[in-house]
Design a protein around this ligand. Structure first.
Ligand SMILES: Nc1ncnc2c1ncn2[C@@H]1O[C@H](COP(=O)(O)OP(=O)(O)OP(=O)(O)O)[C@@H](O)[C@H]1O
Length: 264
């Protein structure tokens, strides 16, 4: 269970650019729930993920994971609990290292061992096994440098790497936004599979209303640093994109008739 209680994050406090990105946001996410997060630009979606991972500092509030308050834990300590995949396929991997070396680094994350001790025949077999799940033939390209892969291949490997060592929380920050629609669908289905199989607690930020409704079992909309609405499985059932757009418009106080408007 993740309990986010009355979290406040302000950037540039006391400066002309002061920005109250999160304004007393509270959200409780039961273990193994897959939540999609929507909201306009600047609503606070990435900041919510950042404050969970420790990349943004909260000045007030509590973040409790499985009963432990982790708010003052530094990012590396939280990395033993929380995995993350970013929008930019280049962000989660090192292009100059091989697929195997990248996976070895991910394997060592949150552990005290370095890269060297992570390589070896047994581990290589595990990596091959994991990569074969993707169906992209990457299990036969362990020595290829990451930079040779397409954005979609890279994002699929990033997802595998993020979930390699049993972290129980997965944060996805528009992780398919930079991919073409077909590749995005592939990575989203892979996401669904991994979340279900590993029973992860997942938060997926998306600008796509369709994806917000099609994935996970709950959709939360942020607006001006707070939860504007929160649709559980029961309330989400039967809702279509126009219904969600109506709810969205109501919160923003303006008419929206096209999913793409949300990107602007
Ligand atoms: N490191 C930072 N320094 C200063 N301001 C920031 C920083 N990170 C975010 N902000 C500001 O905080 C607000 C919330 O940003 P955030 O990135 O969380 O929004 P978002 O909902 O993810 O938006 P988008 O959909 O555009 O990515 C925005 O006004 C943004 O400009």
């Amino acid at each position: 269970m993740i309990e986010i209680k009355d979290i406040h994050v302000t950037f540039g406090r006391g400066t002309p650019l002061e920005n109250r990105a999160l304004r007393g946001l509270s959200l409780t996410i039961p273990t193994s729930q897959f939540v999609t997060v929507i909201g306009s630009n600047g609503a606070g979606k990435s900041t919510l993920l950042n404050v969970l991972s420790g990349d943004a500092q909260a000045e007030r509030g509590r973040i409790v994971i499985e009963g432990v308050d982790v708010l003052r834990w530094p990012t590396p300590r939280r990395a033993s609990l929380i995995a993350r995949v970013f929008q930019d396929p280049m962000a989660g991997t090192c292009e100059r290292l091989s697929i195997e070396e990248n996976m070895a680094l991910a394997f060592a994350r949150g552990r005290s061992r370095g890269l060297g001790s992570s390589l070896g025949a047994a581990r290589r077999a595990v990596f091959r096994d994991k990569l074969s799940i993707l169906g992209l033939g990457l299990e036969n390209r362990l020595g290829d440098s990451m930079g040779l892969l397409s954005g979609g291949q890279r994002q699929a490997v990033s997802l595998l790497m993020a979930t390699l060592t049993g972290m129980k929380i997965l944060l996805l920050d528009e992780h398919t936004a930079a991919l073409d629609p077909r590749t995005a669908d592939f990575v989203l289905e892979l996401t669904r599979k991994i979340v279900e199989e590993q029973q992860l607690t997942a938060l997926m930020v998306t600008h796509s209303m369709r994806h917000a409704l099609d994935y996970g079992t709950r959709t939360v909309m942020l607006h001006e640093g707070q939860v504007a609405f929160d649709l559980d499985a029961e309330h989400r059932k039967g809702l279509d994109v126009p219904d969600l757009l109506k709810l969205f418009s109501k919160v923003r106080g303006e008419q929206l008739d096209d999913d793409s408007l949300l990107l602007g």
